[in-house]
Design a protein around this ligand. Structure first.
Ligand code: TXA
Ligand code: MG
Length: 354
């Protein structure tokens, strides 16, 4: 990563204000550091990108070499495709998708195109659409699939960087299978010097990854990953139902493996009335409750509010995982509906061991 490193040295020693430098690679999102991040990306570097869901590890969507470095940095298998992030405005959504150069809806009929336009009205926000792709998308980014996953993040720092660079691919900025980062320091903890610089956009406000929706040529919708935009809300935007993938089907979001988001400490999901296992146990509670004999406890919401639980979930898992405990016990998601669906999904994946 020669060029971006040199860039960083130049930045610290020359006329950029020292105040933009918070550690050796975390930068407050000033105009100067946005310009630096854009230069770094154009040179093939990797940037820690704050979004409203989780932090991403961004590379220019048009640079094969940078995309290859994303997979290497994350130790991510090449069969697991990336999400392309777009700048977004109030202009005609279908025209913007066409202008991105990534999506080709040319072969689709009016009903399916109308579906996409309706869903795109949820942008910018925590929704990813899987759509037919053009041949300008590097095969590496899509794992050779005929589709590309796209979303327009609402975080102002992501929007500002995308406006400077054009489309960026950005998986979550964690090592493969680990807990997604929801703060700039988490990105450095996960990736160290494998990320060239991280823009500090504060704590992520949603806290779980985007919802991923597959759109079929007939306009029917499948929720490939529950996430920050609840299924009910997606259906409302779409003006139609959103199916769940058939049970036992091979995941059509190839990264949706049963084991994911996993702390290093073994984790199980146990109801609030179940006795805790023996050993040093850390308890992840959705809301306060009577003492259960855990050596450490994280309470996600005073009131059981789903947005608050989602926002704090990964940071709390990360904090418990750092304590070197024998077990983490998580209380179940308070609901299977709304954001509760994504919370339950992440807890189940964190608990899964192959
Ligand atoms: O909120 C998010 O979506 C975050 C932020 C950074 O934007 N990104 C994120 O990316 O969660 P990642 O790489 O951790 O998860 C992307 C998921 C993978 O599970 C992958 O399988 C799925 O998107 N995906 C990507 N392209 C796809 C495609 N063409 N068809 C089906 N699934 C796809
Ligand atoms: Mg991920």
């Amino acid at each position: 990563m020669a060029y971006p490193r040199v860039l960083l040295q130049v930045t610290t020693s020359m006329d950029h204000p020292q105040s933009i430098l918070m550690t050796d690679r975390i930068f407050a999102p000033t105009d100067a550091s946005l310009a630096l991040a854009a230069d770094c990306l154009r040179a093939g570097g990797l940037v820690g990108l704050p979004t409203e869901t989780v932090y991403g590890l961004a590379a220019l969507a048009s640079r094969d070499d940078a995309i290859a470095r994303v997979f290497a940095a994350k130790e991510r298998p090449l069969f697991d495709p990336l999400i392309a992030h777009l700048a977004w405005s109030r202009r005609d959504p279908l025209q913007q998708l066409a202008d991105s150069g990534l999506v080709d809806l040319g072969g689709w009929g009016a009903a399916a195109r109308e579906r996409v336009a309706r869903l795109a009205a949820a942008w910018p926000g925590p929704l990813t659409l899987v759509l037919p792709r053009t041949d300008r998308v590097p095969d590496l980014a899509t794992a050779g699939l005929p589709t590309v996953a796209v979303r327009a993040p609402s975080h102002p720092v992501a929007a500002a960087l995308l406006a400077r660079t054009g489309p960026l691919v950005a998986p979550s900025a964690n090592r493969f299978g680990r807990i997604s980062p929801t703060a700039a320091a988490d990105v450095v903890a996960e990736l160290g010097d494998r990320v060239d610089l991280v823009l500090d956009g504060g704590r992520c406000t949603v806290g779980v990854e985007s919802s991923i929706v597959g759109v079929s040529p007939d306009g029917s919708l499948t929720l490939l990953r529950p996430g920050g935009l609840p299924r009910e809300a997606i259906a409302a935007w779409a003006g139609g139902s959103v199916d769940l993938p058939a049970r036992g089907a091979t995941p059509s979001a190839p990264g949706s493996l049963p084991s994911h988001y996993a702390p290093r400490t073994p984790l199980q999901v146990l109801g609030p009335d179940a006795p805790l296992p023996a050993g040093r146990v850390g308890l992840l509670r959705m809301r306060p409750g009577p003492p259960r004999g855990a050596v450490a406890e994280q309470v996600l919401s005073e009131t059981g509010d789903l947005s608050e639980i989602a926002r704090g979930l990964f940071a709390a898992l990360r904090a418990l995982d750092a304590l070197g405990l024998d077990q983490i016990v998580a209380e179940p998601s308070p609901s299977a509906l709304g954001l509760g669906h994504a919370i339950a999904d992440r807890l189940a994946r964190a608990a899964h061991r192959d």
